[in-house]
Ligand binder design. Structure first.
Ligand code: NDP
Length: 238
């Protein structure tokens, strides 16, 4: 039976590239995103009757629980969980609305905690189960204008390392991947030529480059509790 991989935020950007690569590797995919039509469109591109799409807002406690119960009941036990669902609202702290703080925390940090919690029991039943959470280089280094966003990503680092310790004895691995600037909808408003000067490799990365690193972490059977930075060297000069 092929491995079952759940990719939250798999309808676009980094999550979509991860879904594509995992499908090419022979996994059965469950693509999760808020908009069910977008998740279904992403699954249609994977060309396989075995793949499924689910509409779920990862920031909503009951929705996550119900979705993962349905996934386990209808698709089986989960081998891989990738948490790529995320939002940004870049602003200086003084200009950040409290409701935006709540939304960022609920989607980027709480959402990841909820999906991990909902998936873990199912993952106990599979060999070589692994989680990859998508953080950010700004969660490691901080960034002016991204105070709240970077805090959610820094929180993911502590969460990932702690969960890795909690579940290592059950042979479930948990790692964090921290991208720099990647070409997706999230960075569509940024001018690459302005930013590239500050990146040692002098360009944005692609979702496919991030996906390959996610795959490495999912398949690296002796790596857990680690942060892998995929940023063209940006962290070196931040
Ligand atoms: P995109 O905006 O391209 O895609 C975001 C994905 O998350 C979509 O599939 C979206 O689907 C889903 N999503 C957003 N909110 C929710 C929610 N509440 N519940 C379920 N799904 C949700 O972003 P990227 O691919 O660029 O980003 C992926 C991850 O990588 C994010 O965590 C981001 O913070 C992180 N990252 C990105 C960087 C970049 O430069 N692009 C750099 C560093 C980190 P839908 O709208 O249908 O819900």
């Amino acid at each position: 039976m092929p491995r079952l991989a759940v990719v939250c935020g798999g309808s676009r950007g980094i999550g979509k590239a991860v879904s594509r690569l995992l499908a090419e590797r022979g996994c059965r995919l469950v693509v999760v995103s808020r908009r069910g039509d977008a998740a279904r469109a992403a699954v249609a591109e994977l060309h396989g009757a075995e793949h499924q799409a689910f509409s779920c807002d990862v920031s909503r406690v009951e929705e996550v629980q119900e979705t993962f119960e349905t996934i386990q009941r209808t698709c089986g036990n989960i081998s891989y969980l990738v948490n790529a669902a995320g939002v940004n609202r870049d602003a200086l702290l003084l200009r950040t609305k409290p409701e935006d703080m709540v939304s960022l925390l609920h989607t980027n940090l709480l959402g990841c905690m909820l999906t991990c919690r909902a998936a873990l029991r199912s993952m106990l039943h599979t060999q070589g189960a692994a989680v990859v959470n998508i953080g950010s280089v700004v969660g490691l280094k901080g960034n002016s204008g991204q105070t709240v966003y970077s805090s959610t990503k820094a929180g993911l680092e502590g969460f990932t390392r702690s969960l890795a310790k909690e579940v290592a004895s059950r042979n479930i691995r948990v790692n964090l991947l921290a991208p720099g600037f990647i070409h997706t909808d999230m960075t569509a408003g940024l001018r690459e030529e302005d930013r590239a000067r500050s990146i040692p490799l002098a360009r944005f990365g692609t979702s496919e480059e991030v996906a390959r690193a996610v795959l490495f972490l999912l398949e690296s059977s002796y790596v857990t509790g680690q942060v892998l930075v995929v940023d063209g060297g940006l962290q070196l000069v931040m």
